[in-house]
Design a protein around this ligand. Structure first.
Ligand code: S3P
Length: 411
């Protein structure tokens, strides 16, 4: 059985860096992820006057406290990192200086009103350019709000919570479905007064204490390897992957499809982690509800590829949010399925895929979307003919060593 250790979690690394910067004292992030998105987080924090000591195994951050960041001399460049841009918006809303956040062309096309609207309700002085980046923030007094998230977005939820640290009074957020809760878990770890009941999170303002954060492996990075193992009929042991329940939708769905996945929990800290043993399995179609989608939001393209190998019609409801990712993932996923020869269609946020298909091969165009390039590569382990991928280098957004790891495990 091949053994695979995924890279550290991107969402947790970015959050730990940002929280460490506004905490009091020195925070250490152990086993951080290094990729284009986390580099953007580090660059933005340095531009805000934060000292970070970066080594292979850890990042040490000299926390400046909630109000200790300094006015950047240039616009903050979030590159292609939506999480960095949106979470920074929450932090900047509470600062006593003006700042601008911008990013690469692909990020400047992505919607930002979803973050700006609730922050404005809190009193933030935020302005967007036609609903997108650049985002300008000017000093303003913030007040806590009670907010029902119109979409289940962890990035929006996190931006509001970060601004809530600076607000007068309590902030309460209700999410329509559970999305990844790393910010909540980390805020608690950094000493914030935060509690959840059901779908509602309540936060009281106040300073953060330094913390030591250990980053587990990234489920979203492991998912293409689990997919490739199932598609190519090979056994795989995935070591030290994050098992946060709000990220387990993909694994739960694969089990419903008949995949043999055995989970062994190893750590039960704030971010649980463990191993997953994947065994060759015959897959059948599945139905995914809108409430389940946020727990596997970045794995839907992989699920679609697996559905193309499964017997019967898979229906994924409530996937409309995929339109606003690094590409319009409804379109890019349908494009990949067409290249594979799969029968698939989309109506009003519902994806239907009927399998099994021939897995033909040809040329996949992920439109520079890292998750689609990885989904195509996973599909390529099963195709009858070679599957070429346009601009495969786009994987460096989240996983620079992806193709090296894939070759090592599957060739
Ligand atoms: C992320 C949340 C998700 C996800 C993205 C990372 C995060 O986006 O797609 O890749 O780290 O909070 P939304 O919160 O917009 O759904």
């Amino acid at each position: 059985m091949k053994i695979y250790k995924p890279p550290p979690d991107k969402s947790i690394t970015i959050r730990a860096l940002l929280l460490g910067a506004i905490a009091d004292g020195r925070t250490t992030v152990e086993n951080p992820l290094f990729c284009a998105d986390t580099a953007a987080a580090i660059n933005c924090l340095r531009a805000l006057g934060v000292k970070l000591l970066v080594s292979k195994k850890r990042v040490s951050i000299e926390g400046r406290g909630l109000k200790g960041l300094t006015r950047p001399r240039r616009p903050l460049n979030a590159a292609e990192a939506g999480t960095v841009a949106r979470l920074l918006a929450g932090i900047l809303a509470g600062q006593d200086f003006p700042a601008q956040v911008t990013g690469a062309a692909s990020l400047r096309r992505r919607p930002m009103v979803r973050v700006a609207a609730p922050l404005k309700l809190m009193g933030a002085g935020i302005k967007l350019h036609c609903g997108t980046l650049p985002l300008n923030s000017r000093p303003a007094a913030l007040k806590g709000i009670t907010y029902a998230l119109p979409i289940p977005s962890a990035q929006v939820k996190s931006a509001i919570l970060l601004a809530g640290l600076y607000a007068k009074g309590r902030t309460s957020i209700t999410e329509p479905a559970v999305s990844r809760d790393h910010t909540e878990r980390l805020l608690a770890r950094f000493g914030a007064r935060i509690a959840r009941s059901g779908h509602t999170i309540r936060l009281r303002p106040g300073p953060l204490k330094r913390a030591k954060v250990l980053v587990p492996g990234d489920m979203s990075a492991a998912a293409p390897f689990i997919t490739a193992a199932l598609l190519s009929g090979r056994a795989l042991l995935v070591k030290n992957v994050g098992l946060n329940p709000s990220r387990l939708g993909f694994i739960k769905t694969l089990k419903k499809m008949g995949a043999s996945l055995q989970i062994t929990s190893r750590t039960s800290g704030p971010e649980p982690a463990g191993d997953i043993r994947v065994r060759p399995s015959k897959l059948k179609a599945v139905r995914v509800s809108a409430a389940e989608v946020p727990t596997m939001i970045d794995e839907i393209p992989l699920l679609a590829v697996l559905a193309a190998a499964a017997e019967g019609k898979t229906v994924i409801s409530g996937a409309g949010e995929l339109r606003y990712k690094e590409s319009n993932r409804i379109k890019t996923t349908l494009g990949l399925l067409a290249t594979l020869g799969a029968a698939a269609r989309h109506t009003n946020g519902t994806l239907e895929i009927t399998g099994p298909c021939s897995f033909r091969g040809g040329t996949a165009n992920p439109l520079s979307d890292h998750r689609l390039a990885m989904a195509a590569a996973a599909a390529g382990t099963r195709t009858a003919a070679r599957l070429n991928i346009k601009n495969p280098g786009c994987v460096s957004k989240s996983y620079p060593g992806f193709f090296t790891d894939l070759k090592r495990v599957f060739c």
